[in-house]
Ligand binder design. Sequence first.
Ligand code: PXL
Length: 283
Amino acid sequence: MMRQKRVCAIHDISCFGKCSLTVALPIISSAGIEVSVVPTIILSTHTGGITGYTRRDLSGDILPIISHWQSLNLTFDAIYTGYLGSFEQLDIVSEVIARLRSDENLIIVDPVMADNGRLYTGFSEDFPSGMLKLVQKADIIVPNITEATLLLGEPFREGPYTKEYINKLLTGLAKLGPNKIVITGVYFDELKYGVACLDTSGAGPDYVMSSRISGHYHGTGDIFASALAAGILNDYSLVDSSGIAADFTARSITRTELAGTDPRFGVNFEAELPELIKRLGLI
Ligand code: PXL
């Protein structure tokens, strides 16, 4: 029997509205990987298009959780970070990475902070400069186009994009440190939509495209990144993991669109988990 892999997932808990930990846990667990969680903040809902949510910041709990784990000699095959509750948490999570990183494990940073050319509600203008420091410590990053431009200090551009532009973003991000980069929300025309990836140890870049689905469904970036992590930890290449994750996300969105669900409430990824597990070759 192979040793079961274990991931430390550091994201918020949005109690309602599927995203961050409430999608990372089921998706990565379904892929046979143990998930240990570090909740950064607990919100009654996510912050995208919903107002009046409650927040409980857990900054003071994060390092004590890690210290306890260290006293148990726990090790992790990957550390996967997402939405953080405050600017201060960027330093705390850097410290977590410093404490848990080893020569063997992977640091996956999804620099969750913005979309459609705008920072998410509650993030200050200096947040991207703090996120940059976390990205510099990562092996794999999964920004959307807005996050990629913020990390590179470039103005946001509306699509459709050109391959030259996307490749410039990919190589710019690779210069920051990570050797595997996946940019989400890439499109070269109005019909297809997908991701661009660069593995600096291979030939690349590669593009994974599928039919474009109209509308903005909340939490899909987290669903994609979690499925990507599941693929990588099951030893698929970056481009193969991206393809598996993109199909899983697109199928979940299509299902949700057909059901007429409020896009803010997240997508029905649960019904697609069996197909994901098949694609990963686990059943
Ligand atoms: O899906 C990104 C995300 C995660 N967590 C919270 C969010 C968002 C995006 O708005 O508000 C709390």
